[in-house]
Design a protein around this ligand. Sequence first.
Ligand code: GLA
Length: 757
Amino acid sequence: MKPITVKKIKKEYSRFVWQTNSNEIFTEEMTLFTLTSPGATYALAALESGHLAHVYFGKRADDEDLSYLLRLDENPYTPKVNERDMGTFMDTTPFEYPCHGIGDYREPAVMIMDGKGMSALDLRYVSHEIIPGKPLLSQKLEDCEICLPATFAENGEAETLAVTLEDKRTGLRVILYYTVFTELDVIARSVRIVNGGNEAVDIRRVMSACVDFDNDEYDFITLNGSWARERVMERCRLHHGKQGVDSVKGESSHQNNPFTALVSHTADEDMGEAYGFNLVYSGNFFAQAEVTQHKKTRFVMGINHFDFSWRLEPAAEFTAPEVIMVYSDQGIGKMSRTFHDLYRQHLIRGEYKDKRRPVLINNWEATYFGFDENKLIDIAKEASSLGIEMLVMDDGWFGHRDSDNSSLGDWFVYEKKLPGGLKKLADEVNKLGMKLGIWFEPEMISPDSELYKAHPDWAIQIKGLPMTQSRQQYVLDYSRKEVRDCIYGQMREILDNANIEYIKWDMNRQLTEVGSNALPPERQRELWHRYVLGVYDVMERLITDYPKLLLENCSGGGARFDPGMLFYSPQIWASDDTDAIERLKIQHGTSICYPASAMGAHVSDCPNHTVGRSTPFETRGNVAMVGTFGYELDVTRIPKEDREKIPGQIEMFKKYNPLIRTGDQYRIGNVFEDNMWDAWVFAAKDKSEAVFTFVQVLGRPNYRSRRIKLKGLAPEKMYKNHDSGEIHSGAALMNCGINVSLDGDFKSKVVYFSAVN
Ligand code: GLA
């Protein structure tokens, strides 16, 4: 099957009409669109009436005519002969992009307010187009055009269907994009709205995707948490009414991730159906599943419509961000691996896309704000002798910043701490054979800063309301180009004058009093989205101007761990919680849709600064290895026996990183279930090798040794266990398992397997 087929069909239907107690014969013409990926089919149909109906999403069904699923011979799904009860048709038919105000009382995908104060829309099919590859997404603003983060694909890797709908009354056109990837069970959807009318309208809601499922037999998976506890997986049964997650904080948030999945009740890691949805966006989002009166499920996802409005003048366009939809018929595990492959190949860009990242040491938990050049050089000297490759100087190197109470916005060096400036520090660090990276928080402004003295109006604010401080800082109005230019100009000055090879881009507070001193009243509610576009603009400039720079995103830990950010930075700091045991949950949840190659993970000191727990140094290393790997401790002060383990740990990281970065991840243990142990395998795509990690949370009487079944190997291949030296078939290792014996709490083990001839 081709990725996209279009078929025009005309069929004769017979429908029983109870008023006349007879059958009525009618014909219906439609255009059927069938999207086919290696294992999935997605089908939609433009009916003769112009309604765009959803036909099917699920396991691959090679058939260009799935129109029978629409049940046009049944009441109430027959628009043509349904004049007397269009309301029922509207409220029950599965739609691709449902409108508000014309009889569909389920969650709408789109809503407007026109110049006459009317909000209803009636979108009907106008035309379609098939585009090779995948078009870029961008948003035109008054003074620039900004690219939206999105997956990319060359011709041959994907094909895109664009379906245009129109509302005759207002002239509004909505173009729905569906990109099918030829190698992965992925459909990427986005939406563009064009005002083809003569009057301005306000977009009040624009979802990026809607899927009407034919039943409610699903569990709803979300990734929730709070600071230091991000992306903990939750699963619950769908029930009547609406259930969902969102963010209203201006970023994707610690509390809810822009990811959800609908999975069959019996689905586990290896079996069952799973539909994963992830919004490629870093601001306010909305994801909701609604079980309707007839036990069907409507799922919608997009920018949060809460406090959102976008003025669209005649001929202007609005681009909504992309939703990634993944289908798996082999459980949650396969769904995750598809996301991982997609993001590694079609979202993450740049120098480090396919490269191991340097092993870094970050001074945050080592010194907090209390450092100077000498302290950093001491750390760097010791670190370089142990094989660490990069020093990252965290918060506190600029303005006059000795605590979190000042200087954000003043991106020039704090001479008291770094007397010779950044160039001197970089040169010293480079002389030790290490790279230098630094921390920025470019979206923020401290009330105690030169920038604030000069431009108090640059902070997001509502005149007449007290400005809420959070961490003693305000948020800069990134909707304003002059603000972005000023901050980026300062960053360039730093980057052009010292050899900085890595940036940690932080964002440490959420938005309040969301108002801009530069926008007219009718555009104030655009600020949430314009802010995010502004952030994307500066990140794009940064990675374009400094293509070799490694960018790591961070937001008070992992509050902006989303695919939007992955488009700019190949890695994101997963959480401020560096405790190895807490990280089991955080990294497990994160891996549900994000690859290990993107997960910022470090070994830190004990007792852990967040939870006060002490864990063995080996376990801290074994858990951080399933990420970008680095250290976040004072290497000059940790116990000698820990320090001595660092070279061995780095050697192990380098050995296994290609497998962890590019291989297939299989989750085995579920630390959520009994809190006793966790385990995972990373297997090479060609099944030639695998690395298995086991972490025992708590020891238990009579459970000195456990039999653990591996995953991801080839059953017919023979594998050498490099721990025991034994050779066993993949079938034995997967069906019967291996014995893992560990004594004590928080212990862990890594075992490498290689195929033998
Ligand atoms: C945030 C980050 C930390 C650290 C501090 C510095 O909390 O998550 O890793 O960079 O800011 O202020």
